[in-house]
Design a protein around this ligand. Structure first.
Ligand code: NAI
Length: 331
């Protein structure tokens, strides 16, 4: 049997945490043969909730789950961590934009970066989900310089999966037959799902989505707004924000990163920019990536049309502004 991996979940008493921890304990994140030890961190007012979640995890009798630590101490939470899932943070309240959120979250991410740097495994892989995800990840990267920068990522997989869902719905095919959409840049209200390179399995090979949709203008209009507004639609219907799909996307992101993407398939991940596609180096920007042996690489050489270029640049600008604003809060 493999040695267990230590998985930290911050904000584990929250909504996504409640949906995510049983998925991890069942092997949906790291594979059906990988034992795990969960470290669940939250803040003091949620300490009892964490204990309740632990009781349920024990009652789940999960064969892969080798231990559960619940704590409100960030140092204890970060000890020996191999995989860190950052859900914790100040939540977005009605009417708050990314800037409001940044100023609330920056101190949290700076402190957690230091704790991870000092106490986690040096090759720890980090996924930031909490919003503003890209900028929280950037702060984490800057304040944990001894963790390799390629190990710090942010979640755009939920948006990616939502885009696949919209395309499969429009084409009336199963979602598993659609792949290779791209979420470029930032997880924000201006997010840009790009379907220019997306393909559909037609049994005897693949066809481009844009050749199959009845009206390809839709790909630059209704498709984009449907993906952008999906979160709001869920809040309206469920009276709570999406948690099940966010948890599932979190597992997808980590699983593909650790175990590899299927041949011919790419996924979207917020990763540090090496300057690919002309994006400012060092930003945490979402790119199409393939993964192998625990490492991601950005898909190169995709042809970018004028419409996509404009969106990609606007999202880069937004992230530079978030970064500058974050630094102005810190100094
Ligand atoms: P939630 O509010 O239910 O849970 C957040 C948890 O974080 C709470 O239990 C809270 O006590 C805890 N927390 C607050 N400050 C903390 C700190 N300093 N250390 C540790 N824990 C702390 O929120 P939910 O619905 O679970 O969402 C979690 C985050 O994920 C939110 O920031 C949300 O905006 C974000 N999100 C991101 C998505 C993405 O695609 N990137 C998709 C969906 C949600």
């Amino acid at each position: 049997e493999k040695d267990p991996l230590v998985v930290l979940v911050t904000g584990a008493a929250g909504q996504i945490g409640y949906a995510l921890v049983p998925m991890i304990a069942r092997g949906a994140m790291l594979g059906p043969d990988q034992p795990v030890i969960l470290h669940l961190l939250d803040i003091e007012p949620a300490a009892d909730i964490l204990k309740g979640v632990k009781m349920e995890l024990m009652d789940g009798a999960f064969p892969l789950l080798k231990g559960v630590v619940t704590t409100t101490d960030v140092v204890e939470a970060c000890k020996g961590v191999d995989i860190a899932i950052m859900l914790g943070g100040f939540p977005r309240r009605k009417g708050m934009n990314n800037k409001d959120l940044i100023s609330k979250n920056i101190g949290i991410y700076k402190a957690q970066a230091s704790a991870l740097e000092q106490h986690a495994d040096t090759n720890c892989k980090v996924l930031v989900v909490a919003n503003p995800a890209n900028t929280n990840a950037l702060i984490l990267k800057e304040y944990a310089p001894s963790i390799p920068e390629e190990n710090i990522t942010s979640l755009t997989r939920l948006d990616h999966n939502r885009a696949l869902c919209q395309l499969s719905d429009n084409l009336n095919v199963h979602v598993g037959d659609v792949k290779n959409v791209i979420m470029w840049g930032n997880h924000s209200s201006n997010q840009y799902p790009d379907a220019n390179h997306a393909i559909v399995n037609i049994g005897v090979g693949h066809k481009l989505v844009k050749e199959l949709v009845a009206d390809d203008h839709w790909l630059n209009t209704g498709f984009i707004t449907n993906v952008q507004q999906r979160g709001e639609a869920i809040i309206k219907a469920r009276r709570l924000s999406s948690a099940l799909s966010a948890a599932s996307a979190t597992c997808d992101h980590m699983r593909d990163w650790v175990l590899g993407t299927p041949k011919g398939t790419w996924v979207s991940m917020g990763v540090y920019s090496d300057g690919s596609y002309g994006i400012q180096p060092g930003l945490i920007y979402s790119f199409p990536v393939t993964c192998e042996k625990g490492e991601w690489s950005i898909v190169q050489g995709l042809k970018i049309d004028e419409f996509a270029r404009e969106k990609m640049d606007a999202l880069e600008k937004e992230l530079i502004e978030e970064k500058n604003f974050a630094y102005s809060c810190l100094h």
